[in-house]
Ligand binder design. Structure first.
Ligand SMILES: Cc1ncc(COP(=O)(O)O)c(C=O)c1O
Length: 496
């Protein structure tokens, strides 16, 4: 029995079926496809329209997540189920059991939100299912994806000769950067190579180094100053010590927007060190990078364009859905040298540097046509719409920080360099552990109200709360709600 014919179509729709579809159930008729898309679109649009009224997260303290998730376990179905039932399951059971990462109240980790045209782009890309891994297979589409890479390079201030690759996220982009740096700067026997990060660098860098074959102890964590920026004096000292010990310093990783506090390293100063020491300079701007669209962001990240490689995550600062990262490089030939391989069964690869075979500059061969997810919204809205939204986020983070400062016993631990503020509630009379527990309780109380969802971090042994404003759907009304919830929770938790 044909799945769709069996259950989800009306008798009238059923008649629209043709003989072929009955023979080949994996090939729905045009009418069936329309019905499928309409049904899915209706659910999605209702879902998105109701986002501001939805809880910012399910309440992890109230819900038996294991039981609810476990109830969705199922055996391999031999026969089909109707689409309505499947959409019910998704939208009633599975999707609500989640952090509401698309909602305006999502201020946790690093949000993004997921602009709608990217979903349309994915629909088109998956439906036409073209192969963009090699240029010759879809030169027009490869060019559109290349346009996106060039736009990102322009945003960051790289020269037209720069290039890069779109990845599935920041972790893969950081990994590709470490492998590229290793192959550019070290011999095949590379185990003496050392990488310099700060104690605030995202943990994906350590993972990348290990995946790239380095012992974990080859990753140096340099201390940070009072603003959580890498201490360049300590960095120079450590490099000198390592050289004396016969090691080969080859890569310096700086951050443009750390995950804990949003700190931006002194990128110009770091570039001077990298230049003097002959290190590959990498900037992890997964969070901060797209703020280069704004004047304030450019002031914060001065010198970023001096880096050899930069990671930007469009699924953060460009508000794309998850699954979108990027690695930009000053010299695209470095990517090619690090990744090019040949096989007899492959088509001929391009020699012209303007015609890029993505498989020759990245770890992937077959992959999705991810460029469309950025291309469509940027073309539809224009980049200024993104710039304005990012400026709004900078304003909101500053506004929230000013509001928090007014709350008795709130200590701001990190002023927003970008759109992230870190703070703790520190009433007198508590030990350090006591304060950590109290702030965990504050976090639980705020999140239980389900208007916003925030997360915490450890900063020099102290548990801090963070507010990261980076969803295009977050506006002043939600931030006001957040402040009310924090104040009321503090009142609730204050000793009588
Ligand atoms: C600064 C920074 N770098 C890298 C990453 C890793 O990015 P992804 O989660 O896209 O792999 C993150 C993730 O939040 C991040 O904040």
């Amino acid at each position: 029995m044909v799945v769709l014919r069996a259950r989800c179509l009306t008798v009238h729709e059923d008649e629209a079926m043709n003989e072929e579809t009955q023979t080949y159930p994996l090939e729905p008729s045009p009418d069936q496809m329309r019905i499928m898309v309409d049904k899915a679109a209706e659910r999605v649009i209702d879902h998105i329209a109701s986002l501001p009224r939805q809880p910012a997260s399910y309440d992890a303290h109230q819900v038996d997540m294991r039981a609810r998730a476990g109830a969705l376990a199922e055996s391999l179905p031999e026969r089909g189920t109707d689409l309505d039932g499947l959409l019910d399951l998704l939208f009633r059971e599975a999707i609500p059991l989640s952090f509401n990462t698309a909602a305006p109240g999502y201020l946790a980790y690093i949000p993004g939100g997921g602009v709608f045209p990217s979903a349309v782009a994915d629909f088109i890309a998956n439906a036409v299912n073209r192969y963009v891994g090699v240029w010759i297979a879809a030169p027009g589409l490869a060019q559109l994806e290349l346009n996106v890479v060039r736009w990102f390079c322009e945003i960051i201030g790289y020269p037209p000769s720069a290039g890069g690759i779109l990845t599935s996220g920041g972790s893969l982009a950081n990994f590709t950067a470490v492998v590229t740096a290793r192959r550019e700067r070290l011999p095949d026997d590379f185990l003496a190579g050392t990488i310099y990060t700060s104690d605030q660098t995202h943990h994906s860098l350590r993972k990348a180094a290990v995946l790239a074959g380095f012992p974990e102890e080859n990753v140096r964590e340099i201390a940070t100053n009072e603003n959580y920026e890498i201490r360049l004096d300590d960095l120079r000292r450590r490099i000198a010590e390592d050289r004396e010990d016969g090691l080969r310093p080859f890569m310096l990783v700086t951050s443009a927007g750390t995950t804990s506090t949003g700190a931006v390293d002194d990128l110009d100063g770091a570039a001077d060190v990298a230049e003097a020491e002959g290190l590959w300079l990498h900037v992890d701007a997964a969070y901060g990078g797209f703020f280069m669209l704004t004047e304030r962001g450019r002031a914060s990240m001065r010198g970023i364009e001096r880096a050899d490689s930069i990671v930007l995550d469009p699924h953060k600062g460009l508000f794309l859905p998850y699954g979108n990262g990027s690695l930009l490089v000053r010299d695209p030939e470095a990517l090619r040298r690090a990744h090019t391989t040949f096989a007899d069964y492959m088509p001929e690869m391009q020699q012209d540097t303007d015609l890029v075979d993505f498989c020759q500059i990245s770890p992937e061969l077959s992959r999705d046509f991810r460029g469309l997810r950025a291309w469509l919204p940027i073309k539809l809205f224009g980049i200024d719409a993104f710039r304005s939204s990012l400026d709004e986020k900078l304003d909101l983070a500053q506004w929230a920080t000013d509001q928090l400062r007014e709350v008795p016993d709130i200590e701001i631990l990190a002023e927003p360099r970008l759109s992230l503020t870190a703070f703790l509630w520190a009433p007198a009379g508590y030990s350090e552990d006591g304060l950590n527990d109290l702030n965990r309780e504050l976090l639980t109380c705020v999140n239980a109200r389900q208007n916003v969802y925030i997360t915490g971090t450890m900063l020099r042994g102290r548990y801090a709360l963070r507010i990261c404003v980076l969803s295009f759907r977050t506006h002043r009304d939600r931030m006001e709600r957040c402040m009310v919830d924090i104040r009321e929770c503090i009142e609730e938790l204050s000793p009588a």
